[in-house]
Structure formats: structure tokens, C-alpha cells
Design a protein around this ligand. Sequence first.
Ligand SMILES: [Zn+2]
Length: 430
Amino acid sequence: MVPLAVLLKRELTNEKIERPDILHGQASQSKKGEDFTLLKTECQRILGDGITTFSVFALFDGHNGSAAAIYTKENLLNNVLSAVPSDLSRDEWLAALPRALVAGFVKTDKDFQEKAQSSGTTVTFVIIDGWVVTVASVGDSRCFLESAEGSIYSLSADHRLEANAEERERITASGGEVGRMNIVGGAEIGPLRCWPGGLCLSRSIGDMDIGEFIVPVPYVKQVKMSNAGGRLVIASDGVWDALSPERVLSCCRGLPAEIAAKQIVDEALKGKGLRDDTTCIVTDLLPPEKIHPMPPPKKLGKGKFKGMFRRKSSESSSHSDKEYCEVDLVEEIYEEGSAMLAERLDSQYPLRSMFKLFACAVCQVVIKQGEGISLHAGSSRHGRTRPWDGPFLCKSCQMKKDAMEGKRPSADGASRHRSGSDDALPSAAS
Ligand SMILES: [Zn+2]
């Protein structure tokens, strides 16, 4: 991995920051009316010495009603932005984004919980600043990127229980049960689901009635594209259940974004017809002043799926990295998917520039001196609690954190297996 600071320095030495031209389109076929999108170009961020812009593209696929999807569409962006300290330089803002996304997702979930409505939603949330693309996702609406050279990259997680053993273990350890639906006669049918509730996702925003181990902590991936550009496709499971990523990107190659999105939805419905809400957003990042459809990739037909980029640090030793020795046109900057808030909000960067010092790291409420609870309170991995270590959570967010980790019973008693853990609630850990 190339450190972000190096990438940005490279960029800065190439005179000013070159920005892609962004063209986008969306298409949708609705069955239940629970898919929602957010398309915002020209979002402004105020710098010390001027204003810069970024774009947001997001998809929310609701279930058990549309309240959570609508609430998230209306509030998530603000919650993410309010978790970013003001006056950051561009490299600080990009480095702070993964953490701000985690805080924003959790705050949105927590605020929605207070409205006491059922329903939940997947979220695939893409922020584009220059050539840096940051994607945060919960659920099974996926985002794939095709670079100009024709390689395909996954930028989102798949949080279906069926597809994710690690998440199944996390949920079981937190007091949920994972299994298939039983029908009369004892036969098990359908995908793996979480009980109580029967949701087949392990992460979402909302779903309070199911249990707090269905967490809103997003998988986050940040990449930097080359200025040759590329195409992003964000789509709900209606598309990915019907088509492979290779098929999705090849069926619309050469078409302008708006027509491409429609083509993908049409293609997805060809086989089995409209069985679910099917929504697609296509976003093209083009070299400036080349406003035309993406040219056919040079390796046309190769359609090679590069699932996971270069592996991280330690594993890079013995793999025959022939494929990775080519100059990658997409560089991975950041990838993290842990469900543990202490890992996601911790900072290796100077705290000063990444957090507002006297605010809760999740909800941003001002914390009075001595009242903040260290993110690491109660964590055994650090050997001993260091209550003076930031970042800090307010009491309410600390309770939310414990609930998500199965350390206190959910409202519906879904975590009852872990009896005796109530006293672990560090309510007095100030
Ligand atoms: Zn808080």
C-alpha cells in the first residue's frame, strides 16, 4: 500500500490537483418501493483558504418498510460531515473520512432507534473527491469499479449471513441465533437468517426490533484511481442476484452513464423478471475535457475480477504476485471491515487533527471534562484500561457500543444467553 501522504504529495507536485469530470445516471424498477438513492455532485467543503467540492452517490435498499431508508437518506451525509473536524487540509480530510463514516453510520442508526420505528436499510455510500473514491457499506447492495484498463474491483462488503462466516460467528457470540427457516415437517429452507427476526443480513441501519448485534458499523474501502478514469456501478441485490459483476460492466460498456444504468436494470430483469426492487447508479470518472462515454478498455474481454487487490502487509511474502507487479491503475489506500467500534474509531494519527477533542467520537455531543468514557474502557486487549486515552464516547454512545457487542441485553432480551454481563457496563468509568 502506498501511504496516502505520498500519493497526495505526488499529486500536488503535478501542479494543481486534477479533478475528474463526473457523469452519472440511475435507473430503477420498483416492486416494493423501498429503494432510495442520493446523488449529489458539487458538495462543498470549506478549507482554510477556499472551498473545494466533492460528490456523493448512495443507495439505500430498505426492508420491512421504507422508514429507515428515508431517514438514512436524509440524515447520514450530515452525520458523517459533522464528525469531520473543520479546517482540515485535503490529506487530513481524506484520512479522517473512514472514521467519520463509521461515526456517521452509528449516529444515524442510534438516532433512528430513538424514533422507535421498525424497518431497516442497506447503505452503500460513495464519496468522490478528486480521484480518491471512498465507499462505506452495510448490507448487500454492492459497489464495483472498472478501471480504464478493464480490471474490476469490489469496493463494498457482502453482509449476507449466507456469504460471511466471520459475521455469523460475531452474531452468535453476541447472543443472536443463525439458522434457516423451518417449515412444517422440520425441513430447513432459504438463506441463513438471524433470529429473532429472520433478517438475512448481519449489518444494516435500523432493525432495532431484531437485535443490536445487527450493527451499523460499515465496511470502508478507499482507493485512488489513475487519471485514466473508470466506471463505478452501485446496485441493489436485485441486480447482483441476477448478474455477475463482469456481466454488469460488460453489458453497458461504451454507453453513457444514464443509458448504461437502464441497460443494467433491463439486463437484470431479463431472466426472472421483476422479483425485487432493482436499482442501479452508474458513475463515470473521466479525464477532464473528455466528455464522452468510457472508451472500451484496452484489455477488452479480459474482464478480470481483482477481488481483493494486493493483500495487506504481512501476507505479501510468498504469493506469486505476478499479476500485482503490473502497475496498478487503482491503488488501495484503506480497507477495514471490523464490527468493533474501538478498532474503527481508534486513531494512529495525531488525535488533534482527527477528532474534536471534547466531543463524543460518535454523536459529537460536547463532553464535559471528566465525563467522557475512553473508547478503550473495558477493553482487555490493552492489558489495562487507560481511561485518559481518547477518543471518548458519551455515556449514551458507550451503552450503544456495549449493546452492539452483546455486552448488555437488547431491549427485547435477545442477548439473554449472556447472563451476568450486565455488571460489565462501565457506567461509572468517567
Ligand atoms: Zn455520543
